[in-house]
Structure formats: C-alpha cells, structure tokens
Design a protein around this ligand. Structure first.
Ligand code: HEC
Length: 145
C-alpha cells in the first residue's frame, strides 16, 4: 500500500493552489491597448494631478476610463472597482490631488516586495492619457470607507 504523509500532501496542495491562483491572475492580466482619441494629449512628463478632472474632456475620459479599467485592472481589483479581496478596493482611493499622487506612484512603479510582483508597472503598458482616464473613472465610483 502506498502511504503519503499528510504533510507532503498538504504542501503539495498548497503549492498547486498557489500555482493555479497565479496562473489565473496572470492569465487575465494581458494588458489591452486603449484608444485615447478625443483626449487632450499629455506628452511624456507625468502630471501630478488628474488633467481631465475639470476639463472639457471629462466625459470622454470617463467613458474610456471605465472600459480601460475593466480590461486592465478589474482582474485584480474587481469589476466596477469593488475588490474581491485580492487587491485593494480602489473606490476608497482619496478623491483629489493626494489620491492622484498615490495613483501615479502605483501605476508607474507597480508594487514589488521581496522580488514578488503584486502589481505590474501598468504605465509600461498603458499611456498616461489612458491611465488618467482610469483615474477619472475611479473618482466617479468613489465611496467613503
Ligand atoms: C496583477 C494584479 C494587478 C493588476 C492587473 C493591477 N493591480 Fe493595482 N494593485 C494590485 C495589488 C496586489 C495592490 C496592493 C499592493 C501592495 O500590497 O502593496 C495594488 C495596488 C494598487 C493601488 C494602491 C491602492 C491602495 O489602496 O494603496 C492603486 C492605485 C492601483 N493598484 C491601481 C491599479 C490600476 C489603475 C490598475 C490598472 C491600470 C491596476 N492597479 C492593475 C494588483 C494589481
């Protein structure tokens, strides 16, 4: 009779779960190109404040941002920004400049700790215009904690 120790079995199960979880997360996170026609072009230098917040482009930014969010962020942060628990609930991000700065920090640098990528550098895949559009969308679904 073949005996498998429960420790080995548990360890195997845990690593299988971890591997499938990762595969799932990464499988959904192929960045999607975002068309930003109709938005004021921003150039290479990053703004510190959402340029579309009080602009004539606000409506267009909302439209583009909603779809760009769902294609590029929702796999981790949840549909409609309602976190399923894998990543922070982005509806809670501060509205205004403080939230803008933290948003830029994360989308440009991602989140890497001890060599593990928790969040990729999204600005490597999406333009500044697309990301400020996402920020505009997030403002529109903001809730207080
Ligand atoms: C592969 C999963 C993944 C994807 C895709 C992803 N994120 Fe994240 N994001 C995370 C995780 C995990 C954290 C928390 C990082 C930590 O623990 O430090 C995070 C943190 C953040 C934060 C900081 C939130 C806070 O409360 O401190 C912002 C802002 C953010 N992400 C925005 C985005 C946006 C915008 C997109 C899409 C353009 C995106 N993320 C795509 C996983 C992801």
């Amino acid at each position: 009779m073949i005996r498998i120790s429960t420790t080995v079995l548990t360890a195997t199960l845990i690593s299988l779960l971890a591997a499938s979880g990762l595969a799932l997360a990464h499988g959904n996170v192929v960045p999607q190109a975002v068309a930003t026609e109709g938005l004021e072009p921003l150039g290479a230098e990053w703004r510190t404040e959402n340029p579309y917040r009080d602009s004539k482009d606000h409506g267009r930014a909302l439209e583009i941002g909603s779809s760009a969010y769902n294609q590029n962020c929702a796999a981790c942060h949840g549909l409609e920004a309602k976190s399923g628990g894998i990543a922070p609930d982005l509806r809670l991000l501060d509205v205004g400049v403080a939230g803008d700065e933290w948003f830029v920090e994360r989308v440009r640098n991602g989140a890497v700790r001890d060599g593990r990528v928790y969040m990729p550098k999204m600005a490597d895949y999406l333009s500044q215009e697309a990301l400020w559009a996402v920020r505009t969308y997030l403002d529109s679904v903001h809730v207080e904690e």
